[in-house]
Design a protein around this ligand. Structure first.
Ligand SMILES: [Zn+2]
Length: 430
């Protein structure tokens, strides 16, 4: 197994008992981290000088529909109703398997370029197994670590998730790729009958899979009551958006260990309602982050972190001023917390907290190297743009180095993506 020593950087480990940032070397052995500190035994290791850089865990984009990447930006002025009508009601049904593949591949590469090492790929345009397998093939070809969240096109509220397809994926396409795991992207209690919601949650629990669902812009319905009463809320439950939940439901979900994924830019812009950041922070929990759809928002997890942070700070400052008549003297949330949402919390939401999200001995070697001035490394990390992400490593293997993606023929991907967009764009109607 190859060994690599990253020497000279300032390291943000995201490990609770360690400093926010520290001068430390990182020893990588094969696909995992062997140690972080000074004076490590680097016998036989390749020494990589990263003096002047900041290294942090790879970002986790916990909610993204990569299959929509060929339509990047077409819906920048869409409301949620526009999105549902034009994307799911119109163009989605015109996707061919090759559109699923190249959209997923390009979306995952875009994430890699921006420092994302793990993506929760919420794939709900799977009318045939060929579409599903093509999407998985694209995800695997990118080299990213992914949780393929298998969803379905929108259908009747009493239609249960096709569990035979879940089992097929577990046995075949997913098992073939060591960086991919499977989850279930279900319609969820808001949009399902109680019986269907319970059946879907139970199927995920029986297989030990994350079960993820949208919940947005409406009151929790009887499906939520049924899932709770069946004892099926747990740490593998992932609620996307969460807008419209009551305070009691936030408490019930947080107490169960469920995770929340906020996608703040399109939640604010499209009419989902406000990000739920403050709701979960008040209960001692924290959100994970996603970017949802390239068709509407730029797929940048650090932008999501900055927007969620600024939005909630704004609420908190406003509340303080209204209640006391004066400006706040302290920040209610730190930049480091926002980095946690983009790393450890994303890993937890996707069921990977024991593998990624922190830099520590025994964890997978998923990390990013940021090349930007660093008087405050936490700020350097949170404010980084794609151009600042010098290098990306996943499972001990460089996927981006010297600001260039590796092991991928980008010209071919661009050509295929362009062809796919040409096929799909005429169908973006509604
Ligand atoms: Zn979504």
């Amino acid at each position: 197994m190859s060994r690599t020593l990253l020497r000279g950087a300032r390291v943000i480990t995201m490990v609770p008992h360690r400093p926010d940032a520290e001068h430390a070397d990182i020893l990588i052995d094969g696909d995992s981290i062997a140690g972080i500190g000074e004076g490590l035994d680097a016998t036989g290791a390749e020494i990589v000088d990263v003096t002047g850089r900041v290294i942090m865990p790879g970002l986790v984009n916990a909610h993204l529909h990569t299959w929509q990447t060929a339509l990047r930006g077409v819906g920048t002025d869409w409301t949620l109703a526009d999105y549902l009508g034009r994307m799911h009601g119109a163009v989605a049904r015109h996707y061919r398997p090759e559109d699923m593949r190249v959209g997923t591949l390009a979306g995952a590469l875009s994430q890699l370029d921006r420092g994302t090492t793990t993506v929760g790929d919420w794939c709900h345009n799977t009318p045939t197994p060929d579409h599903t397998d093509a999407a998985i093939d694209g995800l695997a070809a990118s080299g990213i670590r992914g949780v393929f969240l298998h969803g379905t096109p929108y259908s009747a509220a009493d239609a249960g998730h096709p569990v035979d397809e879940i089992d097929r994926l577990l046995d075949g396409p997913i098992a073939a790729h060591p960086l991919l795991t499977l989850g279930m992207a279900v319609r969820g209690p808001q949009l399902s009958t109680p019986d269907a919601a319970v059946a879907d949650f139970r199927a995920a629990a029986e297989r030990g899979l994350v079960v993820s669902m949208h919940q947005s812009g409406g009151e929790p319905g009887p499906g939520w009551d049924a899932v709770r009463d069946a004892g099926l809320l747990s740490t593998t439950t992932n609620v996307v958006h969460g807008a419209g939940l009551t305070d009691d439901w936030f408490k019930t979900l947080v107490d169960s260990g469920a995770s929340f994924t906020s996608t703040p830019e399109n939640e604010l812009g499209q009419g989902h309602c406000f990000p739920i950041t403050g709701h979960v922070l008040r209960l001692g929990a924290a959100p994970s982050l996603g970017t949802d759809t390239d068709a509407v928002t730029p797929a940048d997890v650090l932008s999501a972190a900055r927007i969620a942070l600024a939005h909630q700070r704004g609420h908190d400052h406003d509340h303080h001023r209204r209640s006391t008549g004066s400006f706040s003297l302290t920040a209610t949330i730190t930049a480091k917390q926002a980095l946690a949402w983009a790393t450890v919390e994303g890993a937890r939401a996707l069921g990977l907290a024991d593998r990624v999200g922190r830099l520590d001995a025994g964890m997978q070697a998923d990390l990013i190297v940021i090349d930007a001035p660093a008087p405050n490394p936490v700020a350097t990390a949170l404010h980084a743009t794609a151009g600042d992400i010098e290098a990306v490593m996943i499972a001990g293997r460089w996927r981006k180095r010297d600001h260039t993606l590796l092991d991928i023929d980008l010209d071919t991907v661009r050509t295929q993506l362009h062809e796919s967009a040409g096929h799909l764009l005429p169908h973006v109607t509604g």
